[in-house]
Design a protein around this ligand. Structure first.
Ligand SMILES: Nc1ncnc2c1ncn2[C@@H]1O[C@H](COP(=O)(O)OP(=O)(O)OP(=O)(O)O)[C@@H](O)[C@H]1O
Length: 200
């Protein structure tokens, strides 16, 4: 049981050099992998490829040896660095949740999500609040793998620790695989069972 990028090549423009060249990454269920690299090395690009938002020019993205499903809620959920880009701005948060999985009161509570927020539009929450909502939504989707792309950069240190504690607890309970994209070596060491550096 694994999520895998197998010998993938990717570039945004055919006239440019490869951003990812013969890149392979594999994360097992229950494993927590931190992908570490300086800015511009293609971490977000790899995260988007692994979640099926982009297609590699060559190579494959495989979930349990098969391509990612094209329909339904994807078992690989990507949580972006910028939560405002991840949510339909015209939908109230309640509707966002209804579309993306099963509402779980315990998860809402664990992330300190006030029920009144669910009647609001995304722009009516702060960046940190909206990100907590996005993380909760990903956990409620029934995902088997979660890819966290710099998810906690807009939060203070205490909130950051709280969010990661909930994510790790829930992931452990459900034996989920986690990929955490980060610049932050300390965070990587704290949350991950394995770290890879794309710049090496
Ligand atoms: N939509 C796009 N179109 C063209 N080039 C892009 C696009 N998105 C990213 N790039 C380029 O691809 C390269 C890798 O970007 P990416 O965002 O994957 O890096 P990163 O390692 O996540 O960086 P950061 O740590 O700064 O977020 C960069 O040179 C970036 O300018």
């Amino acid at each position: 049981m694994a999520l895998e990028a197998k010998n993938i090549y990717f570039r945004y423009d055919r006239k440019q050099p490869w951003i990812l060249e013969d890149c392979s990454v594999r994360v097992e269920k229950g494993e927590r992998l931190a992908i570490f690299a300086p800015s511009g090395y293609g971490k977000t690009t790899l995260a988007m490829l692994l979640a099926g938002y982009l297609e590699p020019a060559k190579g494959q993205i495989l979930l349990d040896e098969k391509p990612l499903p094209k329909r339904g809620i994807c078992p690989v959920q990507l949580i972006y660095q910028h939560p405002e880009k991840a949510i339909n701005p015209r939908w109230r948060l309640k509707r966002v949740l209804e579309e993306s999985g099963q509402l779980r009161e315990d998860v809402l509570d664990a992330f300190g999500i006030e029920r009144a927020w669910l009647d609001r539009f995304p722009r009516e929450l702060s960046g940190g609040e909206l990100q907590r909502f996005c993380v909760a939504r990903a956990l409620m989707s029934g995902a088997e793998y979660i890819i966290c792309d710099e998810i906690s950069t807009m939060m203070d240190v205490i909130t950051q620790a709280q969010i990661w504690n909930v994510v790790l607890k829930e992931a452990g309970k459900r034996n989920m695989g986690i990929i955490a994209v980060t610049h932050n070596k300390h965070l990587a060491e704290r949350i991950a069972t394995r770290t890879i550096d794309l710049s090496i």
